[in-house]
Design a protein. Structure first.
Length: 224
């Protein structure tokens, strides 16, 4: 069973779920995801042969991966850390089963996550955090291993192809934790409603999900 097939809630599921709650149509940016996934593969698994999607510029993604691997900070952590660590865990407040896939984990304490970015400078990179709920991701990932330190590394997709470093502080993690826990509480609430409706009618209340009560997720969402 692959990571995305695991019947557990990921941070990406919470993103889709959040849009559902606000009645917004959500489509994952496939082109950006394809580029990000290709960059991650080349950074974290350079020894493997990778088939890149057609929409990904092979020269650009190779250039960026090389920038990361040659950086002294990144090189050290990539050498001495676990990469692409899959963590399965449960929410203490709701009991919901969760999952996370962490780019780099050092001594089960420090988590590093790589982000390709179109930001022209560090300020723009940091300003994008709220738009993409990076605080929620940081808290979700850090809590999955009960870690203490979280670092985002932004990789510019355009010249000068620089790297941005952002280490999350306690208020940042606390805010993200409130976000993901609130979404999980709502998920649990709707799951209970789904269960009640299923027991009454024999089918799911949610026409878009149509998931039986024994399933974890009340909606059909991405599990990237």
């Amino acid at each position: 069973m692959t990571y995305r097939d695991l019947p557990r809630i990921s941070n990406s599921d919470l993103t889709a779920f959040k849009h559902k709650l606000f009645g917004r149509d959500y489509k994952a940016p496939q082109k950006a995801f394809a580029f990000g996934n290709a960059l991650h593969e080349l950074i974290l698994e350079p020894h493997l042969s990778h088939s890149l999607p057609e929409e990904v510029d092979p020269e650009l993604v190779q250039l960026l991966a090389g920038k990361v691997r040659q950086d002294r900070f990144c090189k050290w952590y990539l050498q001495f850390s676990r990469k692409e660590k899959v963590q399965l865990w449960e929410c203490h407040h709701t009991g919901l089963p969760l999952k996370s896939k962490l780019d780099v984990v050092y001594k089960e304490s420090t988590v590093i996550d790589f982000k390709s970015t179109s930001a022209k400078n560090y300020q723009q990179f940091v300003e994008s955090f709220q738009r993409y709920d990076y605080d929620r991701q940081a808290a979700f990932y850090l809590d999955s291993i009960q870690g203490k330190r979280f670092i985002f590394i932004g990789v510019q997709k355009k010249s000068p192809y620089g790297l941005f470093y952002f280490e999350a502080d306690f208020p940042f993690i606390r805010q993200g934790r409130k976000k993901y826990q609130a979404l999980l509480r709502k998920w649990k609430e709707l799951q209970a409603i789904n269960c009640t409706q299923y027991n009454k009618t024999g089918c799911s209340k949610y026409s878009d999900g149509n998931m039986p009560v024994v399933q974890v997720m009340p909606y059909s969402t991405s599990s990237l």
